[in-house]
Design a protein around this ligand. Structure first.
Ligand SMILES: [Fe+2]
Ligand SMILES: [Fe+2]
Length: 259
């Protein structure tokens, strides 16, 4: 089974680049399932129903989220009416949605779980991601299980990946918006990358207008936080998974930048 996973889609530039490249990548790699992190898809903050529909129309079949998923409260109105969005599992106080969902594909069921890290994540008081995932892994029947670990610290992400090596198909880091070059399959068959990266404006600082980001870093000026809109980059991975036992055979990095 081939799964295409896009890192955080950021605002319109991110959506535009998905529209442009998703069909090309899907055909090139004979993809069975397309997953994307959608936490920044609506103007950098969360996801609206309009944008969910737009991305589904482009061919994204399932979504993960992250620390920004409640930055636009629109999602709380419709999250329970869809079954293909995994929002962070290990948070308290949110009743809407699920942290782990199951998607049907032509090659069988795929479980998708979204976790938040506990290092430098300020939006939520996070429960222990190890024990929350352990509960799911112990109970679930699906062989193929993709975990999006939305976290800042690579050490935290890789520790979780080794802890669950052989028990989930992939642990894919998201959140930093910068793709790392450490993609590999761990000894017991779990595919890993510290961060898939993001899909959004190439001339930006993690998707944000350059001058706004400079003001933030240089002068602690938080006033503007505008999404940059220009030709985008695509960061994604292709997973090749044995659907019989759920082990990964390979994880390939994709990074497309404007010409
Ligand atoms: Fe993000
Ligand atoms: Fe994030």
């Amino acid at each position: 089974m081939k799964i295409l996973f896009f890192g955080d889609i950021y605002s319109k530039s991110g959506r535009d680049v998905i529209k442009k490249y998703l069909p090309i990548l899907k055909e090139k790699y004979a993809v069975d399932l397309v997953i994307a992190n959608g936490e920044n898809s609506a103007h950098g903050k969360g996801m609206t129903k309009k944008i969910y529909d737009e991305l589904m129309g482009m061919g994204v079949q399932a979504f993960t989220m992250g620390n920004h998923f409640l930055k636009n409260s629109d999602i709380l109105k419709w999250l329970d009416s869809v079954n293909n969005i995994a929002r962070p599992l290990n948070i308290d106080g949110v009743v809407e949605g699920k942290g782990s969902v199951v998607i049907d594909t032509v090659k069988g069921k795929v479980r998708i779980t979204n976790l938040l890290g506990r290092v430098f994540i300020r939006e939520f008081e996070c429960l222990n991601p190890f024990s929350c995932l352990e509960d799911i892994v112990d109970e679930c029947e699906e062989k193929v299980h993709i975990v999006d670990f939305h976290a800042e610290a690579n050490g935290e992400k890789k520790s979780l990946a080794y802890y669950f090596d052989g028990r989930v198909s992939a642990v894919l880091g998201t959140h930093t918006h910068v793709q790392t070059a450490d993609n590999r399959v761990l000894p017991k068959g779990t595919a890993y990358i510290s961060d898939v990266g993001f899909c959004g404006a190439y001339e930006s600082v993690l998707g944000i207008e350059i001058n706004d980001a400079i003001a933030f870093s240089k002068d602690y000026d938080f006033k503007k936080h505008t999404p940059a809109e220009n030709e985008g980059e695509v960061c994604a991975v292709i997973l090749d998974i044995d659907e019989e036992d759920g082990k990964s055979k390979s994880i390939e990095r994709i990074h497309i930048i404007p010409n």
